[in-house]
Design a protein around this ligand. Structure first.
Ligand code: MN
Length: 291
């Protein structure tokens, strides 16, 4: 193995799922399922593909707060609707990404989109919680609703495979989302037989979620659909080869070297800041959103 290769640390199976509200059946890869270093990514909830039956009343998660981080929702199948107390709302369809910076505090609700709910069907999404550096935790909330057509895409040499650059930069193509610390977030959509080399800093925490298909990494490790490939913090080069047509989410970022205090929907640095978040929430300082 070349000294430049970023070696695989582990190939992780999806932990047992749990429901979030009645809308999301998620496998929590971290921090619950596996204690792996993935900062600035604090949480990865993966709703593996399931079929929801038709229902006129959309399934969802009602009004709840967040403070101190960003929620990033990536839809692969199905559709979501969202409203928040800062006045933002949107529908998120396959290929779209919602990047919501909760920062100083927001209330939001997340539901299956009405028409999707009416017909039912396959549903597959990722929700990431991306930590914010301390100096940005109490800034004004921000909302980036990134439609698929607005996500810069690089087509690979085979003319059919591509890389969607959600954040960061890949081969000169800058990502759609602005971020508060350095990170790379891409969807790799590779046709069977396609192979791709990624170059990422040795110190970045890095993983690949196999959303569809199966892949070979660094010519040696196999990963199947719904598995997460975690890399060591050494070396810079990763080779991904698609065995079948595959969709892979790449997460790689510079670790935020700050203390963490987390409690439910709040992610701060110190326990006093969690107490403050609870007090502010109870006093209605996160704004108002109708159920
Ligand atoms: Mn939420």
């Amino acid at each position: 193995m070349s000294e430049m290769v970023k070696p695989v640390a582990d190939i992780l199976k999806a932990p047992a799922p749990h429901m979030v509200g009645d809308a999301f059946r998620v496998h929590n890869f971290f921090p619950g399922g596996y204690k792996i270093k993935m900062s600035p990514f604090f949480l990865l909830d993966y709703n593996a593909k399931i079929n929801f039956s038709a229902r006129n009343e959309p399934r969802g998660v009602g009004v709840h707060p967040h403070r101190g981080f960003e929620t990033v929702t990536i839809v692969y199948k199905g559709a979501l609707a969202h409203h928040d107390s800062a006045g933002n709302s949107g529908k998120i369809y396959p290929g779209d990404v919602q990047w919501m910076t909760a920062a100083s505090g927001i209330l939001h609700k997340e539901y299956h989109e009405q028409e999707f709910s009416n017909t039912g069907g396959d549903f597959q999404i990722v929700q990431l919680w991306v930590n914010l550096p301390a100096k940005y935790k109490m800034i004004k909330p921000k909302y980036q609703g990134l439609q698929h057509s607005a996500i810069p895409t690089l087509t690979l040499a085979d003319g059919a495979s591509n890389v969607e650059v959600i954040a960061g930069e890949f081969q000169g193509v800058k990502g759609a989302a602005s971020t508060f610390s350095p990170m790379e977030v891409y969807n790799l959509k590779l046709k069977a037989g396609a192979s791709l080399q990624l170059n990422l800093p040795a110190n970045y925490n890095t993983g690949l979620l196999v959303v569809e298909g199966n892949i070979k990494i660094n010519q040696s490790s196999d990963a199947q659909q719904d598995q997460f490939v975690h890399f060591k913090n050494e070396g810079t080069e990763i080779t991904v080869e698609a065995i079948q047509d595959s969709v892979i989410l790449l997460l790689s970022g510079e670790p935020i070297q700050e203390p963490i205090a987390s409690y439910g929907p709040f992610l701060m640095n110190r326990p006093e800041e969690i107490q403050q978040a609870l007090a502010d929430y109870n006093e209605g300082k996160f704004g108002y959103l109708e159920e």
